[in-house]
Ligand binder design. Structure first.
Ligand SMILES: Cc1cc2nc3c(=O)[nH]c(=O)nc-3n(C[C@H](O)[C@H](O)[C@H](O)COP(=O)(O)OP(=O)(O)OC[C@H]3O[C@@H](n4cnc5c(N)ncnc54)[C@H](O)[C@@H]3O)c2cc1C
Length: 496
């Protein structure tokens, strides 16, 4: 039986483990932390349970696909709940728009705002969906290792069809005339940590997919998906070792030999690195690999922004909040662009996650849990040191901004417990390179063939999976990526 070592128990590592076990490989996952899931994790404090980062679940079919592919019934592992209101979008002038999954409700909402706005929105959805279909079948679901896959008449004509060169903001402005709807769509297009004012309009597919496929919630919180993957790995006789940090990936000139941890060497001819790609290239190899996998190449890459998250345990429930909420502040463009210029925005625009709206099981009766996320600069910017002082400052600014939302004026009085996540935590806990929340940036020049490859060309048996490699960031994207990678490995070892 071929044995595989996977470094890191993030979504990418776990999904690849499940798929390879099902294909008959012997798999061991080595995770440095004492929990699985990487950035998809959980904080349990006193009466409260918080999802650490990911909360927005799009395209449930992709989450289900892993169970289907190995012949299991997902309903025995996770319980999906469909959200009727996708987002409640609050604006600084005290107005709000509910983005509904139901098309009739949504059309009525938009027509109440402005005559003809629903048609503009439907046109936008239709074009953005086309972009999604083209990029999924031609780029995302391909391994993108061979240049011939990229430079051929078919893929080039598909790329031209995508018209990816104008920014999300310009593209949205060309389709939508209403400022409020426009800003909601711009906010959603930066979901993967890019600046929507200067990055490809490809990512407007994100709000379109949310609208067309809906948003879903897993009962108990996002971490239940990680628990399900862990269960699958054990059922398929895989091995997981927590608190096991890999210090070196062992190679000779052209072959993988295994990995070295503090007190043990794990030998294997197949190693998959799920630790963040730029961190791994810089830290886990004794020798510099050949281009493009070399350390110097990492310094040329553009990075995504980071996040600051405030977790609030409240002794009150707020009926004014839906599960997903957005607050669009004044000077919106400044608030969105600031993190990409190394600044904390003067006026914060927020993403507010309130699972207590839909799930009674995560807190005791009468209590509720709230995460508030703000995009902030990554750690390449040295002007913010994330000490107690700077953390308190942004925490207070968030609370003051929250009080501007209808019904949340008294929120400070009801805080019973609180916790923070800073870029430093992302770096220290999960080895997220420079504290980036979303890995290497998804600029066009770092997409598809131009993103770090999932298979090393110079070292036989070395593979990569995760946000910073192809196909990219986001749980469903990585789940799909694990399918591509496991099929590639199977082909490499059984179909020669
Ligand atoms: C704030 C935030 C919000 C997000 N929101 C969403 C969302 O709503 N929806 C969505 O779909 N996606 C969201 N994402 C993105 C999603 O969480 C990530 O794309 C995904 O979790 C990344 O998975 P990964 O496989 O790259 O691994 P990671 O999560 O990066 O895990 C890598 C693992 O490797 C381990 N590791 C690192 N170095 C070593 C070593 N030397 N030895 C052993 N183990 C090691 C780490 O501890 C970690 O467990 C969000 C991300 C962030 C940060």
């Amino acid at each position: 039986m071929k044995s595989v070592i996977i470094i890191g128990g993030g979504v990418g590592g776990l999904c690849t483990a499940v798929r390879l076990l099902n294909k008959g490989f012997k798999v061991t996952v080595l995770e440095k932390e004492n929990t699985l899931g990487g950035k998809v994790n959980i904080i349990k404090r006193n009466k409260f349970k918080f999802d650490l980062t990911a909360s927005v679940l799009m395209t449930p079919d992709i989450y289900i696909s892993i169970f289907k592919d190995i012949g299991k019934d997902y309903k025995k592992y996770i319980n999906f709940v469909k959200l009727d209101t996708l987002y409640r979008v609050n604006y600084y002038d005290n107005t709000s728009i509910d983005i509904s999954y139901d098309s009739r409700t949504m059309i009525n909402t938009l027509e109440d705002i402005q005559d003809g706005l629903s048609k503009e929105y439907i046109d936008f959805l239709s074009e953005s969906f086309k972009k999604y279909s083209i990029s999924k079948s031609n780029f995302l679901d391909k391994d993108m290792i061979d240049i011939k896959e990229v430079i051929n008449i078919n893929s080039m004509s598909k790329l031209i069809e995508l018209k990816p060169f104008s920014s999300s903001s310009n593209y949205i402005s060309s389709k939508i005339s209403n400022e409020k709807l426009k800003n909601y769509l711009i906010f959603k297009s930066m979901y993967i940590g890019i600046n929507p004012y200067d990055s490809s309009n490809l990512y407007t597919l994100i709000p379109a997919i949310s609208q067309l496929y809906g948003l879903w919630y897993i009962k108990g919180g996002f971490y239940e998906y990680i628990r399900a993957l862990e269960k699958l790995i054990y059922e398929l006789n895989g091995s997981i070792k927590l608190n096991t940090r890999v210090d070196e990936i062992l190679i000779d000139e052209s072959r993988i030999l295994g990995v070295r941890c503090k007190d043990k060497v794990y030998e294997s001819n197949i190693v998959i690195c799920n630790a963040d790609y730029p961190y791994a290239i810089k830290n886990l190899f004794r020798y510099n690999l050949k281009r493009p996998f070399n350390k110097e190449n990492i310094d040329k890459k553009e990075l995504s922004c980071s996040v600051f998250i405030l977790y609030l345990g409240l002794n009150k429930k707020y009926k004014e909040l839906k599960t997903h909420n957005i607050y669009i502040n004044k000077n919106f463009k400044e608030s969105i662009e600031a993190p990409f210029k190394g600044e904390i925005p003067k006026n914060l625009s927020l993403y507010i996650y309130y699972p207590s709206h839909i799930d009674e099981s995560i807190c005791e009766d009468g209590y509720s849990a709230l995460n508030i996320m703000v995009r902030v600069p990554n750690l390449t910017y040295k002007n913010i040191n994330w000490d107690e002082n700077s953390t308190k400052k942004i925490r207070n600014k968030i609370i003051e901004t929250l009080k501007d939302l209808n019904g949340l004026e008294d929120i400070e009085e009801h805080i019973e417990d609180e916790e923070y996540l800073t870029p430093l935590d992302l770096e220290e806990k999960f080895n997220a390179y420079k504290g980036c929340a979303f890995g290497l940036s998804h600029k066009l020049k770092q997409t598809a063939y131009l993103r770090p490859h999932i298979k090393s060309k110079c070292i036989n048996g070395l593979y990569f999976i995760g946000s910073s490699t192809h196909p990219g960031n986001g749980v469903s994207v990585i789940i799909d990526g694990s399918k591509v990678l496991s099929e590639l490995i199977y082909k490499d070892y059984f179909n020669d």
